[in-house]
Design a protein around this ligand. Structure first.
Ligand code: PLP
Length: 374
């Protein structure tokens, strides 16, 4: 049986994004012990890089050893207890998963629903908070990967604080592509993923918890029902710069990869990375217009890193997507849920956000749709 040799595919879907050679090489470095002092030193640097990326001084900032879904679960299981009320905003697929987390804890989700493709309506959230005194947390998705929509994280975190609730923020697709301002927003729990705008492989979930969130977690009446995601235990491993208590065997080489990806982000600079995402999105938008294609989301809440392109009348969404993969080696994503068949999701995330990639996907789309740029 030969070794598996994956094909070279340009990843312009909703994630994972292309992993730069530098990160791939970091992954291939020698595995050392996860309690080796030199590995612990790298963990400290990784925590510091993550604080910079999330713009926070929260001591409790580290990657969870599992994908973004585990970050989501970690936020809920640590901060929410059975019987608590949680306002959950849903304007796409991932808000629905937050609801599922709340239900499984035995807590009560209070849903604020908005149409897929639109941002979270602040007035509806405020009304829900007022109608339900004593809400424990307000949970929302900053960058909805299923629709390409950005919601107003700053105002949502402020609403949570004003009503004495914790804020739980999904920044899986936002981190590294648009500003995630943990301290400025006063956010309590933010989780992300390694495979979107950070351009490391999937499998790690950067997280940060505010001091208020840590105190809430410590003051729980009931034990965290997940042993693996119990932050009290996890911090024995990630906390401090000296001795480490064994909790689980860290995914050592994956952490080399994340460290390298974060080093690359710090070399580029956050503002430069945001500007690159923005400029390439605008180039893509202009190119779409020139072949008579449009974006689903209104300009004010469009994510530069996740573009929901409307499938024209009479065109088979899946046939174009398959042709892009088979003939042009470009992966894009399909619509999810109620947007299935109606949009293509074209990600320009992290290392994938380049002028050359924008031009390549536009050219391929024009051929598949038999359209000549105007
Ligand atoms: N939240 C959002 C907004 C996402 O886009 C994703 C993945 O695409 C997740 C959560 C789950 O992350 P993962 O697939 O890494 O578990």
């Amino acid at each position: 049986m030969p070794s598996f040799q994956p094909p070279h595919v340009l990843l312009l879907g909703p994630g994972p994004s292309p992993v730069p050679q530098r990160v791939l090489e970091a992954l291939a470095r020698p595995t050392i012990g996860h309690l080796d002092p030199r590995f612990v030193g790298m963990m400290e640097e990784t925590k510091s890089f993550l604080r910079d990326a999330m713009q926070t001084s929260n001591p409790m900032t580290m990657p969870i050893s599992a994908p973004g879904s585990a970050g989501m679960e970690a936020a809920f299981v640590n901060l929410v207890e059975p019987g608590d009320k949680v306002v959950v905003c849903q304007n796409g697929v991932f808000g629905g998963r937050m609801r599922e987390n709340v239900v499984r804890i035995g807590a009560e989700p209070i849903m604020v629903n908005d149409a897929f493709g639109t941002p979270i309506d602040l007035e509806k959230v405020e009304a829900a908070m007022k109608a339900n005194p004593g809400v424990k947390a307000l949970a929302f998705v900053h960058a909805e990967t299923s629709t390409g929509v950005e919601s107003d994280a700053r105002s949502l975190c402020r609403l949570a604080t004003e009503h004495g609730a914790l804020s739980i923020v999904d920044a899986v697709t936002s981190l590294g592509g648009i500003p995630v301002l943990a301290d400025e927003w006063g956010a309590d729990a933010i989780y992300s993923g390694s495979q979107k705008c950070l351009s490391a492989p999937p499998g790690l979930s950067p997280m940060t918890f505010s001091d208020r969130a840590v105190e809430t977690q410590k003051a729980r009446k009931t034990p965290v029902q997940s042993w693996f995601l119990d932050l009290g235990l996890l911090m024995g491993y990630w906390e401090g710069s000296g001795a480490r208590a064994y909790h689980h065997t860290a995914p050592i080489n994956m952490l080399y990869g994340l460290h390298e990806a974060l080093l690359m982000l710090s070399e580029e600079g956050l503002e430069a990375a945001f500007a690159r995402h923005r400029n390439n999105h605008l180039r893509f938008k202009r190119g779409l217009e020139s072949i008579d294609l449009s974006l689903l989301v209104a300009e004010a809440s469009r994510l530069p890193q996740m573009n929901a392109v409307v499938v024209p009348e009479g065109v088979s969404e899946s046939a174009v997507r398959s042709r892009l993969l088979e003939e042009f080696s470009i992966e894009i994503g399909a619509g999810l849920g109620e947007l299935a068949g109606k949009i293509w999701r074209i990600g320009l995330m992290g290392a994938g956000s380049t002028e050359a990639n924008v031009d390549r996907v536009l050219e391929a789309l024009a051929i598949c749709l038999d359209r000549k740029p105007a």
